[in-house]
Design a protein around this ligand. Structure first.
Ligand SMILES: Cc1cc2nc3c(=O)[nH]c(=O)nc-3n(C[C@H](O)[C@H](O)[C@H](O)COP(=O)(O)OP(=O)(O)OC[C@H]3O[C@@H](n4cnc5c(N)ncnc54)[C@H](O)[C@@H]3O)c2cc1C
Length: 412
């Protein structure tokens, strides 16, 4: 059988699955299955929330990215029979067979069984999550009158972000800037209250000391209410209960956003594959699942020994793995030997509100507007396909990347 006619089935179209498919296009009969019609470049989801970027910039349709080179199937992979090499996709009656299978379904928000968290806290992983959060901010602002005393306005505009990792920091600073700007535009008194709750004794625990110092300074400047060594015990429809130093406090919030953890996609829990105690699939350095030669896994669901802890659960790891995985699938389909690769840390970049950021360049931390723009430039270069990069780059160059104010509902 010619390599071109061998079937590669890729389940999941995020950083791992999409970039593998793009790398493999033309060298096999590639089908990508995804439960959404579009890819999501999550590192810029905060900028989508603030209106600095538009949905089409960061969430391009697969069909547009693929042209005719890759088959796209919208649906959810429900079951996989590894012996018969067939997969059941929710939207289709027929089974999908494959010569090589790529598992790339990523993670889902982990609410750690905290009472009420799954029910009442908002996750922040998708375009729809960002839309919901933005709407909730606008609706809450619409209820506050300019005559309200500063303390009352602050109370009515309290938002909690749970998790002080990069995601929580990026989200809380963006929310704070948007809400502060809305206070000014609407003539409200005082300032909003954005609460960041972190269980450990430091924010951005995975990042270096220099960048953390810069992030801490910005959080202080933006009046973000940082609560370290604080554990959320319960999420209510409009509030949270937390514990600090043995003392419990209940506070009312408009919304609680949960960025405090990721767990493996439930599909993986169902599959009979070798896994570790966190349900991560055990893969060889070639990204082949242990004992399953024709099944590969990458990204947030795969455990590769010897990957630096700082890279675990990142887009930069999934992106680098996709390159190796595509090369190894080509080798596998043509009977050649497979390779391993060292994955590098590609640098740190965080967004800190609508006009600030921090990036680590050559071991030095650069902050401010320059860092914000450097991050934009860096991420433009990482968007999928040349064609899409050019379109987005041109749109940002000519149209700018200014935030969209939180206008009253009905005004666009
Ligand atoms: C808000 C946010 C910001 C982030 N920012 C950064 C950052 O700045 N830098 C960084 O390195 N990392 C960042 N990350 C982490 C990064 O997004 C992930 O590590 C990366 O996306 C993992 O890639 P993946 O391919 O494993 O999974 P994903 O990119 O999550 O892709 C999985 C895909 O599979 C689809 N899928 C799920 N289940 C099924 C199913 N049963 N059938 C079919 N399709 C399915 C999903 O819809 C999704 O499209 C961020 C994450 C979030 C949530």
């Amino acid at each position: 059988m010619a390599q071109q006619s061998k079937k590669v089935l890729i389940v999941g179209g995020g950083f791992g699955g999409l970039f593998t498919a793009l790398e493999l296009a033309g060298s096999a009969d590639v089908t990508l299955v995804s439960d959404t019609d579009y890819f999501c470049f999550r590192p810029l989801l905060y900028e989508y929330l603030s209106g600095e970027v538009e949905a089409w910039h960061i969430a391009p349709d697969y069909k547009e990215l693929f042209g005719g080179d890759i088959n796209f199937v919208r649906g959810e992979a429900e079951e996989i029979n590894f012996e018969n090499r067939k997969a059941k996709i929710s939207s289709r009656d027929e089974l999908f067979d494959y010569d090589a299978l790529v598992l790339a379904v990523g993670g889902v928000t982990n609410f750690w069984n905290v009472t009420g968290a799954e029910e009442f806290a908002l996750p922040f992983r998708t375009i729809a999550d960002a839309d919901r959060l933005r709407n909730q901010m606008v609706r809450a602002l619409d209820k506050v009158s300019p005559t309200l005393a500063p303390q009352d306005a602050r109370e009515k505009l309290t938002f909690a972000v749970v998790g002080g990792g990069a995601s929580g920091v990026e989200l809380s600073t963006k929310m704070s800037d948007l809400l502060t700007d809305a206070f000014r535009r609407r003539g409200l008194k005082g300032e909003p209250h954005v609460l960041l709750v972190e269980m450990s004794d430091r924010i951005v625990p995975g990042m270096g000391e220099d960048i953390r110092e810069y992030v801490e300074k910005v959080l202080l400047e933006k009046h973000i209410d940082v609560n370290l060594q604080t554990k959320v015990l319960e999420v209510k429809p409009h509030g949270i209960v937390y514990e600090h130093n043995g003392k419990q406090t209940e506070i009312e919030t408009v919304t609680t956003v949960w960025t405090a953890g990721v767990k493996v996609n439930p599909l993986i829990e169902k599959l009979n594959l070798p896994k570790d105690k966190h349900n991560l699939i055990l893969v060889n350095p070639t990204l082949q699942v242990k004992d399953f030669d024709n099944v590969f896994a990458l990204g947030d669901i795969a455990k590769v020994e010897a990957v630096a802890p700082i890279l675990v659960g990142t887009a930069q790891l999934a992106f680098q793995e996709s390159d190796l995985l595509a090369a190894n699938i080509r080798a596998f389909l043509s009977g050649k030997s497979l390779k391993a690769k060292q994955f590098e840390e590609m640098g740190e970049a965080v967004s800190l509100g609508t006009s600030d950021g921090a990036v680590l360049i050559g071991g030095n931390v650069v902050g401010g507007f320059l860092a914000r723009d450097a991050r934009f430039a860096l991420y433009t270069s990482r968007l999928p396909t040349w064609h899409h990069r050019l379109k987005v780059g041109a749109s940002w160059f000519f149209g700018g990347t200014m935030p969209k104010p939180l206008q009253p509902l009905g005004i666009s």
